[in-house]
Design a protein around this ligand. Structure first.
Ligand SMILES: Cc1cc2nc3c(=O)[nH]c(=O)nc-3n(C[C@H](O)[C@H](O)[C@H](O)COP(=O)(O)OP(=O)(O)OC[C@H]3O[C@@H](n4cnc5c(N)ncnc54)[C@H](O)[C@@H]3O)c2cc1C
Length: 383
């Protein structure tokens, strides 16, 4: 089959790849093809908790979070299957260090927040155990959504922008003059710009292209609990314990965490939660919400995401001209990929970048070095 020329090739049809395609098309890149080996949203992007942390904090700056909120609200308006659930959210600290962190966070964000004592939390949300609580940060309107529907919405918008999607596995790359040739199971695609946005598989693909970036695949896990009685809960996070939770639209409780387990075999990975995580759920859930003592396990699953040494994603050009990466969002790729994709589009289009790109430069590490995987919950990495 003859090669096919495009202006840009995006490898990966999860939320990151789809958002990259949308932002690139809007930056004026005409002919874009997205290559996905399975189904769109079949990997991490379909398994996330769907918490849009850009409504709760501004990890990469207010402007970065705003870009994400604007894009996703546009998707919500454009795509019938997508609903945003708006809830109160509490970040709850159980140590003095945690309380200090919450106060810094309260001061540093433009998001509407309110710092509460344990007694104030008990007064407002009596479902929480508060004996060991040192402080809580209340966000009036946090948002979660179904990440699978969100990813389908991103694909629909990309399609409307003229992006084509091919279900083909990328196997190899060749650099040919100014173009990179992307070899797939069905043929090859040539383009001067190739973006690898393949989640946990990104590092392996970059290595096939002859370069390396500091990424390490790891798990994130979820348990869905059936509470014994109807229970009206807000969203919450317990940064001291690296766990979080939220209500589900059908009256259950989603409990997330289990984020530091490295993935050694990307292909032979079972999508169920691991025993240590389920033990953590059994221990922590009733400590946070005593009513969950008698909850039963309704469902559980695990997904693969990519970690970076400093918990900043890699967004930019690799040491191969024209080969870009957008990956390493750790546990927040649903939330932060609109901003990541926009930054990448700015860099490719030569526009003023939205934020200082040097913090995200994929060549800031050598690439092959080993590193520990940090806890996923925002608190630890921001300290
Ligand atoms: C349990 C869990 C909970 C999470 N909760 C949240 C949350 O609440 N909020 C949040 O913001 N983030 C959350 N995340 C993180 C978020 O899901 C990820 O950061 C995000 O989905 C990454 O998107 P991606 O497109 O990079 O990866 P993926 O969705 O994994 O997509 C990568 C795609 O690349 C494709 N691919 C791989 N190799 C090839 C190849 N050779 N050729 C072609 N295609 C290929 C794969 O098939 C896959 O579809 C969670 C993750 C998990 C697992």
């Amino acid at each position: 089959m003859p090669g096919t020329s495009f202006d840009a090739v995006v490898v990966g049809g999860g939320i990151v790849g789809a958002n990259c395609a949308v932002q690139l098309a809007r930056a004026g890149v005409d002919d874009i093809v997205m290559l996905e080996r399975d189904a769109p949203a079949s990997k991490a992007s379909g398994r996330a908790a769907g918490s849009l942390t850009i409504y709760r904090h501004e990890r990469f700056g207010a402007e970065a979070s705003r870009v994400g909120r604007d894009l996703y609200e546009e998707y919500e308006r454009a795509y019938d299957g997508l609903t945003f659930h708006r809830e109160k959210s509490y970040s709850i600290a159980y140590s003095d260090e945690g309380a200090h962190y919450l106060s810094l966070k309260d001061e540093s964000t433009t998001v509407e927040t309110e710092l509460l004592s344990a007694a104030e939390l008990a007064d407002r949300e009596p479902e929480f155990a508060t004996d060991d609580v040192t402080a809580a940060l209340c966000i009036d309107e946090a948002v979660y959504t179904d990440p699978e529907q969100l990813t389908h919405a991103a694909h629909a918008v990309a399609r409307d922008e003229g992006v084509s999607l091919k279900i083909e596995e990328v196997r190899d790359f060749e650099v040919e003059g100014k173009d990179i040739s992307v070899k797939t199971t069905n043929g090859s695609y040539e383009a001067p710009v190739v973006i690898i946005a393949a989640g946990a598989w990104t590092k392996r693909l970059l290595q096939r292209a002859g370069t390396d970036v500091a990424l390490r695949p790891r798990t994130s896990q979820i348990a869905i609990l059936d509470p014994p009685n109807n229970i009206d809960l807000p969203m919450w996070g317990a940064p001291d314990w690296s766990v979080y939770g939220r209500p589900t639209p059908d009256g259950r409780v989603l409990f997330g965490g289990g984020t530091t387990t490295p993935v050694t075999d990307l292909e032979d990975f079972h999508n169920r939660a691991r025993v240590p995580f389920l033990r953590q759920v059994g221990e922590r859930a009733p400590e946070i919400i005593p009513l969950l003592e008698d909850a039963t396990l309704h469902d559980d699953w695990a997904g693969r995401v990519s970690a970076t040494p400093d918990r900043y994603p890699h967004i930019g050009e690799t040491d191969i001209e024209g080969l870009y990466v957008c990956s390493g969002f750790n546990g927040e790729g649903i939330s932060n990929s609109p901003f990541g994709a926009r930054l990448l589009a700015d860099l490719i289009g030569g526009d003023d970048p939205l934020v200082d790109p040097s913090e995200f430069d994929p060549t800031r590490y050598q690439g092959g070095e080993e590193f520990e995987i940090n806890d996923a919950v925002e608190w630890w990495d921001d300290r």
